[in-house]
Design a protein around this ligand. Structure first.
Ligand code: BG6
Length: 486
């Protein structure tokens, strides 16, 4: 791999995400040679730690004490830091300059904010005014969601960042965009005539996106209860997936061309009025069952919480390609299983020539379905109609399948490894642009608005199910059904 040089400053450097995902991903980049000699890391947080103590924790997080690991860890430094204390930034600056010289980093810096978003603006501001950001190399800001809790707050947050960083310097993480099979959507669509030529409302009846989780909220209830599934999963991950599925062909496979198409797709997503939002979206919250505590009995969840742990909805694009072809989406906690998949349901042949008066072919033709397995299985399946191998003539559906070998899957880089690598390269393809984020909020805000008008009747689904009955009714009303069901 090409060596990349940069100083990383991780704000929230002792947080769960840093230890669980970020440092192990950095170590992978080190083993593959993207990071070699010319990099250094400053971890900062409120905790008082020495460099030594910090390195010990990093060692534990990467799960290795090999020679290579020790060399990697020697690039890590720690600076206790209160992000609101202006004076502290000069300490940070001195450390940054010293490491820049020591490791020959050419002024390249990546500021990674994995911390409470209410401080994003403060940190970004001080990084600029206190002169940590300089004009020598590149300065990039990587931020983690939530990017606001509605359009207005997202806009405010964005404006505060924009004072210090240009849009092309801001890398908004959506870890779903770092997933192998999400990135494969573009390869599948734009690399295959047989797919892309059918990829429209003439041939596709509907598309279903399911992000199903089997776990509950774990230790994150205090965050989750203020967020809910709509903000936690739909506004970001689902909107990103849907825009990749719906967009027109980009001029070239570059970040600016892809972003332009995603934004165009999101702009043609119909923003619902009150009545439409009420009919086209369903919310749920899990109660008791299957040895799971009801959501309302989780620690840090109020006993009368109206936070949704499940969302299903129908999305309509008002454009030539998709008019009349709905995208159904759903996501939720403590559902039947943990998986992410996309089912593309094609229209039936206009005429079934096998079903003529007196025909012995009793089976009606099935619909073709292209399934994209995103996780944990990775691959595709295509259901087609064929003749069975018996006497007479009977059609039956068969499935052509390509699944990535689980051993091979293990070699697939983790989303964070890919995304940190892209940030080092300055490639924004798999990050969310401000425009994408803003259109996604405008759509979601309207659903939220309608939900806030009326208290829901919660709880309404059983742990281990696929959500409330209303989620099935939503699609059955249109004479369709979920491809994945229990
Ligand atoms: C996060 C959400 O963005 O995505 C979590 O905040 C959710 O609530 C997680 O569990 C799911 O990610 P993955 O990669 O496990 O599907």
């Amino acid at each position: 791999a090409t060596e990349r040089s940069a100083l990383f400053i991780f704000f929230g450097g002792t947080g769960d995400l840093a230890y669980r995902k970020l440092y192990p991903s950095m170590f992978n980049l080190y083993r593959k040679g993207t990071l070699q000699e010319k990099f250094a890391v400053i971890g900062t947080a409120r905790d008082k730690l020495t460099d030594e103590k910090f390195r010990e924790k990093v060692r534990k997080s990467i799960g290795s004490d090999s020679k290579e690991a020790e060399k990697f860890i020697s690039h890590f430094y720690y600076e206790a830091h209160d992000v609101t204390d202006q004076a502290h930034y000069s300490v940070l600056k001195a450390r940054a300059e010293e490491l820049d010289k020591k490791y020959k980093l050419s002024g390249n810096q990546i500021f990674y904010l994995s911390m409470a978003p209410n401080f994003f603006g403060t940190v970004a501001g001080y990084l600029r005014t206190e002169g940590i950001v300089n004009d020598n190399g590149f300065s990039r800001l990587v931020i983690e969601k939530p990017f606001g809790r509605d359009f207005e707050s997202a806009k405010e947050l964005n404006e505060s960042l924009a004072k210090s960083f240009k849009e092309e310097e801001i890398f908004r993480i959506d870890h779903y965009l770092g997933k192998e099979m999400i990135q494969n959507i573009e390869a599948l669509r734009f690399g295959n005539t047989i797919i892309e030529s059918l990829w429209n409302n003439r041939y596709i009846d509907n598309i279903q996106v399911t992000l199903s989780e089997s776990l509950g909220v774990e230790e994150r209830a205090s965050y989750y209860d203020k967020s809910g599934a709509l903000r936690d999963m739909v506004q970001n991950h689902i909107m990103q997936i849907v825009s990749l599925l719906a967009m027109e062909q980009p001029v070239a496979f570059t970040d600016s061309d892809i972003r332009a198409e995603k934004v165009k797709a999101l702009r043609s997503l119909r923003v619902y009025n009150v009545a439409e939002a009420a009919t086209n979206f369903v919310r749920g919250q899990y109660g008791a069952g299957n040895k799971v505590k009801p959501y309302r009995e989780e620690d840090n969840v109020p006993a009368d919480s109206t936070t949704e742990t499940f969302v299903a909805g129908k999305l309509m694009f008002d454009n030539y390609r998709w008019s009349g072809t709905p995208f159904y989406i759903r996501t939720g906690k403590v559902l039947a299983d943990k998986f992410t998949r996309v089912d593309v349901v094609f229209k039936k042949p206009l005429v079934d020539i096998f079903a003529f008066p007196g025909s012995t072919n009793t089976a009606p033709l099935d619909t073709n379905i292209l399934t994209l397995y995103i996780e944990p299985k990775a691959g595709f399946a295509l259901k087609i109609n064929a003749k069975n191998n018996e006497q007479g003539f009977q059609t039956e559906p068969v499935t052509m399948k390509y699944l990535v070998d689980p051993e091979d899957s293990k070699k697939t880089p983790e989303p964070y490894e890919r995304l940190i690598h892209d940030a080092l390269k300055g490639d924004g393809t798999n990050f969310s642009s401000w425009q994408e984020v803003s259109y996604a909020w405008k759509f979601v805000d309207q659903i939220r608005h309608v939900w806030d008008l009326q208290a829901p009747n919660f709880p309404n689904y059983t742990p281990g199910s696929m959500g409330p009955a209303a989620a099935d009714e939503l699609i059955e009303r249109d004479h369709r059904s979920w491809v994945y069901k229990l």
